[in-house]
Design a protein around this ligand. Structure first.
Ligand SMILES: Nc1ncnc2c1ncn2[C@@H]1O[C@H](COP(=O)(O)OP(=O)(O)OP(=O)(O)O)[C@@H](O)[C@H]1O
Ligand SMILES: [Mg+2]
Length: 511
């Protein structure tokens, strides 16, 4: 949760226009503003086709805020990354070995979310591939997002298939060259003296062998093979040709969490067995402690070089936003205080550039919906509330059922005017809710753990208070907007079955 300190405003949860359930269309006023009567009066638009064209023409020309909104989206790759030149240079200094035909050290990149790790690593790899083409040094970078590709099988299969594809293209290129050579040799047989071929038939035999090799390259299916077969296929595909391969494993902690460190173990010891190619690994993680989960050998091999991406401060975020805003917004669309405020909010969120860009884009969209041609400070504040609320809704929606029941119990108590409740009170209501929907009842100790988890997620606030000689107890209060949270809880099919628990809760406190 963002904290409302440092002179920044607290969130205004009760603004109904920010409710996340509202769709973009329902609040889009631009259609309402079209003067339909004028359109109807106009002779040229009285037929259906003309009217439609006018409708969209008007909407298109009425685009006063954004020049190119895509520039603010996470998928956009910026050409410049201000305040990351140190990190980019360090990665480049290590990877330059690949251009000399040597094996670069393995690299581990760490840093909190939104600190530019993925953007910087992708930038360096694009430059590396570009330069390798320029100097004709065979060097490849393969990117894998381990949040999506999260098992050893999938990682190896994806890599194997990418290399097989590359290898096929390579062989096709060689076959084309052989064909050209064969045609030239037909006209001028003597030129074969400069080649390894004695005669035209020799070229043909070699080409046939290449074709056979190409046809043997079998792609790995997405499931079904034993892992060692996938590994062997991947190994052969990498070693098909002399080259240096950099394997970029983004969100590497997700892979280790889901499937252990076997993949990393296998990848990191490959070089001793490869005869033509060399492999280097670049791991990226925002979990600083994930290497604790690794076998010590894997840990030391993977962390040959470690590069840390520190959080951005407000000034740096301001520079980043200014660079992107130049391309994203029409000139004069931003009031002067907009970028500094977005930067200040995001700096509070541990210096997250993604958050800063989201804020700026959402602020622009909110002002666009109001039909204005300028983004102002108030739009940034509303954007901050909207993003925060969206986050809460998402967190609550994806809670396990038991945690939802605990949260529901806290909300019911709060709704009945019981603030700063203790664990015992929550537990009593929780048990009753479990009975209502036939759910297993956990022990009070487990429920206490679930409350601590909700606290860590920023959904409730649990403080330990001393009750003098009665010992210590936890006081729990809810720290998210109750109404919206209740809507999300009720949308869960199991919790939606709870009927009218209110009289029960009421009677419990009346007695
Ligand atoms: N120095 C920078 N200049 C311009 N844009 C940046 C910079 N740093 C980050 N960004 C932008 O911020 C967003 C988040 O950056 P990126 O995806 O690289 O973060 P990350 O460190 O990989 O975060 P995570 O750990 O969550 O994956 C992207 O849209 C990226 O383009
Ligand atoms: Mg990333």
């Amino acid at each position: 949760m963002s904290s409302p300190d440092a002179g920044l405003p607290s969130s205004g949860w009760n603004d109904p226009s920010l409710a996340p359930t509202e769709t973009d269309e329902s609040s889009d006023s631009s259609l309402d503003q079209l003067d339909l009567e004028t359109l109807a009066d106009d002779d040229t638009t009285s037929d259906g086709e003309g009217a439609n064209q006018g409708l969209f023409d008007d909407l298109l020309s009425g685009e006063p805020i954004f020049e190119n909104k895509e520039v603010l989206r996470p998928s956009y790759t910026p050409h410049e990354l201000p305040h990351r030149s140190d990190q980019i240079n360090r990665i480049a200094t290590i990877l330059v070995a690949a251009l000399r035909g040597e094996t670069p050290s393995n690299i581990l990149i760490y840093g909190k979310t939104g600190t530019g790790k993925t953007a910087s690593a992708k930038f360096v790899s694009q430059e590396l591939e570009r330069t390798s083409e320029k100097y004709e040094v065979p060097c490849l970078v393969e990117y894998i997002n381990c949040e999506v590709t999260d098992t050893q099988y999938r990682v190896l299969a994806q890599l194997a298939n990418t290399f097989i594809e590359e290898n096929r293209t390579l062989v096709d290129g060689q076959l084309d060259q052989l064909e050209t050579l064969r045609e030239r040799a037909r006209e001028e047989p003597a030129m074969l003296g400069d080649t390894p071929f004695d005669d035209i038939d020799g070229i043909g035999t070699y080409a046939t062998r290449l074709e056979e090799r190409r046809d043997e390259l079998e792609e790995v299916p997405m499931t079904g093979w034993p892992t060692d077969r996938v590994y062997t296929t991947f190994f052969e595909a990498v070693d098909f040709q002399e080259r240096v391969v950099v394997i970029m494993l983004d969100e590497i902690d997700k892979l280790v969490e889901k499937s252990g460190d076997d993949t990393l173990y296998n990848l990191s010891r490959m070089n001793s067995e490869l005869s033509n190619s060399r492999v280097s690994i670049m791991g990226i993680s925002n979990d600083l402690k994930f290497t604790d989960m690794l076998d010590p050998r894997v840990k030391s091999s993977l962390g040959e070089e470690e590069i840390v991406f520190p959080p951005y401060d407000a000034n740096q975020l301001r520079d980043i936003l200014e660079h992107r805003a130049n391309d994203a917004f029409k000139s004069d669309a931003l009031s002067p205080e907009v970028i500094p405020l977005c930067a200040a909010f995001a700096a509070q969120e541990h210096g997250d550039a993604r958050r800063a860009l989201d804020l700026l884009r959402t602020a622009g969209e909110l002002s666009e919906r109001e039909g204005l041609d300028r983004v102002s400070e108030s739009h940034v504040r509303k954007a901050q509330d909207k993003i925060e609320l969206d986050r809460v809704v998402e967190v609550v929606r994806t809670l396990p059922t038991q945690s939802k029941l605990v949260l529901y119990a806290i909300i019911l108590l709060e709704r009945h005017g019981v603030h700063n409740v203790n664990t015992g009170e929550v537990y009593n209501i929780y048990k009753r809710l479990c009975e209502e929907i036939d759910a297993d009842v956990l022990t009070q100790r487990r429920v206490t753990d679930l409350i601590s988890e909700l606290d860590m997620l920023g959904i409730v606030n649990a403080v330990v208070v001393s009750k003098g000689r009665y010992g210590r107890t936890k006081e729990i209060s809810i720290s998210v907007p109750i109404e919206e949270t209740e809507v999300v809880l009720n949308s869960d099919s199991r919790l939606g079955d709870i009927e009218d628990i209110h009289p029960f809760v009421q009677s419990r406190f009346d007695s």
